[in-house]
Design a protein around this ligand. Structure first.
Ligand SMILES: [Zn+2]
Length: 75
């Protein structure tokens, strides 16, 4: 997978996804991603994006102001 911003090589890793929904903040840790070695842009595969959306959807139903979720355990 190449970087969509600068075209450099990306490497596999994990990141923390932060989604601000206005009324609440959803933090998902240990999300598998590809990180650009040049500009540090983070990219997700389609599978991860879909799973992340599901995790965020589930978290939204819980009425906490801040949700911290471990991707590995939630997905
Ligand atoms: Zn890049």
């Amino acid at each position: 997978m190449m970087c969509q911003i600068c075209g450099a090589v990306t490497e596999k890793g994990f990141t923390t996804s932060v989604t601000d929904l206005g009324t609440c903040l959803i933090i998902v840790r240990n999300v598998p991603c590809y990180k650009c070695t040049e500009c540090s842009e983070v990219m997700y595969t389609g599978d991860v994006v879909r799973r992340l959306e599901q995790v965020i959807e589930t978290a939204k139903r819980m009425t906490q102001e801040v949700s911290i979720i471990d991707f590995g355990r939630a997905a």
